[in-house]
Design a protein around this ligand. Structure first.
Ligand code: FPP
Length: 250
């Protein structure tokens, strides 16, 4: 699904974004570790830099008129990383939830978290909920931050909840269709992503939005996430604008 370019407010620099924009963009923020390694720095330094890129690119998406942005910040599998790296990421999430997300107020951004919040500390969970509550009535871009998110886990939860609702009589078994399944996912009520961008040159979906990406266009970019610039987003949008989406038709 694509809509005509709609400019919400003047961007700080002239945008090179194309005239047809995806409604929903997903980004797998990959390459932080390699960025740090190339510089002889600890991996957490890469995540810190990646967090700055996240802030810059999120605001840019909002400025140019993207309606939904989903960023992959922490997967259900990322808990397997060394303790100090996981600790550094939790620290970054906390400081972002305390400070940087309030920046998004000026851009009218609605902040939502997708994933299993119960995996996080009570403090982090409270901050996530506070951010969701305080931004829910804004009318700008919806930012989904995928944290402790795994698409298989999301689908399993949806199946369990549908079964429970069938059992209790809230849902008729015969009413189960694709739209109903979508309504049981974290992204309920949102359009499927039109475009998923993966920086860092990896050709993998990594358990991200599996159901939702059935007809998503993928753009893989050879840039590590901390090096990713607004111009790289423009480039991905240009590539997207040239794609011929057929949704299985001709
Ligand atoms: C993948 O790169 C990146 C992550 C697992 C973490 C992403 C987190 C951020 C960008 C922090 C900011 C986010 C918010 C919401 C504040 P990798 O570590 O797998 O890199 P590699 O493939 O080069 O090792």
């Amino acid at each position: 699904m694509a809509i005509p370019f709609f400019k919400k407010k003047e961007p700080s620099a002239p945008s090179q974004a194309p005239s047809v924009l995806p409604v929903h963009v997903g980004i797998i923020m990959d390459g932080n570790g390699r960025w740090a390694k190339k510089r002889g720095l600890p991996r957490k330094a890469g995540h810190r830099e990646g967090a700055q890129t996240f802030r810059k690119i999120t605001r840019y998406c909002s400025e140019i008129g993207i309606k939904y942005l989903t960023v992959y910040a922490f997967s259900t599998e990322n808990w397997k990383r060394p303790e100090d790296e996981v600790g550094a990421l939790m620290g970054l999430f906390k400081s972002y939830l305390e400070e940087a997300l309030s920046d998004f107020k000026d851009d009218d951004i609605v902040v939502r978290f997708i994933g299993d919040k119960s995996g996080f500390s009570p403090e982090l969970r409270a901050l996530m909920e506070e951010n969701e509550q305080s931004s829910k009535d804004r009318d700008g871009m919806v930012l989904n931050i995928a944290m402790n998110y795994g698409s298989r886990d999301e689908i399993v939860r949806a199946v369990r909840n549908i079964c429970a609702d069938v059992k209790s009589g809230r849902v008729e078994q015969s009413a189960i269709d694709e739209a109903l399944v979508s309504d049981y996912l974290y992204t309920a009520g949102q359009p499927d992503p039109d475009l998923i961008i993966r920086p860092s040159g990896e050709y993998r979906i990594s358990n991200f939005l599996l159901w939702q990406s059935a007809y998503t266009e993928f753009v893989i970019m050879n840039k590590l996430w901390p090096d990713f610039q607004k111009a790289d987003l423009d480039e991905a949008l240009r590539i997207y604008a040239q794609r011929n989406r057929r949704y299985g038709g001709v």
